[in-house]
Design a protein around this ligand. Structure first.
Ligand SMILES: O=C(O)CCC(=O)C(=O)O
Length: 276
């Protein structure tokens, strides 16, 4: 496993706790980013051969996940990345497992909008330590479809036990379309332009969104790693995402995910010493 190039700081931890999202700059080595980008370019040529197509897969966006189940090089890169350590240190989890990887790429002139949603809707787990580290593999800008967030809204949802569904009548109703509330002073929209190797780490209840790619020549490419930390337990209720090759009977409610399908990316060495 390689270490982050920059230290995780108290400011990163505080921003994540307060906003449910934090921008992490320059923590992945340029060689790691270049290798991951080369793999991503190959995968974009034939996404179905390299992973499971996501619901948003289409001509105007590559959306493919669980690639590390099929591609040994990609799996190796993820397992040897600093993603686990960065995420564990920011969210305060002593162990980080990989739930799944997801490549999101919008080609130039893509009109694909990712509507406002929260990831917790789909994950078959309980717990707050199921973040997404979304790593830029290309420049990410206002023009080419950078990812945007409503800062702090995760606390409103978690504290009030609200789980937005996919549509009205589904769980606690559809996630609001925050596009209609851009001027609302009670909401804080945050977003960052990113360079390849920068990342945003966000909480599973943080609403997020991205516009289409208006650039004529700049693809927007990102790898999202969905992760499991200490407080995550199975909750495979109806309506949650299925996990390839893992049947709901093997996802005992209340039990923590483990086993080879959910490899450990990082264990806090100081927690291991404390337990010894
Ligand atoms: O890449 C995007 O534009 C959206 C990503 C997303 O929704 C996610 O990572 O959960």
């Amino acid at each position: 496993m390689s270490s982050p190039l920059q230290p995780v700081t108290a400011e990163h931890r505080a921003a994540y706790a307060r906003d449910g999202v934090v921008c992490l700059r320059g923590m992945f080595a340029p060689e790691w980013v270049a290798r991951m980008r080369r793999l991503a370019d190959t995968i974009m040529g034939d996404p179905g051969r390299h992973g499971h197509l996501g619901p948003s897969q289409g001509e105007d966006m590559t959306s493919v996940c669980f690639m590390s189940r099929k591609d040994a090089e990609l799996r190796d890169l993820i397992l040897n990345s600093p993603a686990g350590e960065i995420s564990g240190r920011v969210i305060g989890s002593s162990t980080i497992r990989l739930y799944h990887d997801h490549l999101f790429a919008k080609p130039p002139q893509s009109s694909r909008i990712m509507k406002w949603h929260i990831d917790a809707t789909a994950w078959p787990v309980t717990g707050e330590m199921a973040p997404n580290i979304w790593i830029a593999l290309s420049p990410v800008t206002a023009e080419n479809g950078r990812i945007e967030f409503v800062a702090g809204y995760h606390r409103h949802l978690v504290d009030n036990n609200i789980l937005y569904g996919y549509r009205d009548g589904h769980w606690d109703g559809a996630c609001p379309d925050f596009e209609t509330r851009r001027g609302d002073p009670s909401l804080r929209f945050v977003t960052w332009n990113l360079e390849p190797g920068d990342a945003v780490l966000f909480h599973p209840f943080t609403p997020h969104f991205s516009r289409g790619n208006a650039s004529i020549d700049q693809p927007r490419v990102a790898l999202a790693l969905r992760l499991f930390g200490d407080d995550v337990c199975w909750n495979p209720i109806e309506g949650k995402a299925r996990i390839p090759d893992v049947s709901p009977e093997n996802m005992q409610p209340g039990k923590s995910p483990d086993g080879p399908f959910f490899p450990v990316l990082w264990r806090d060495p100081s927690a291991a010493r404390g337990a010894a």
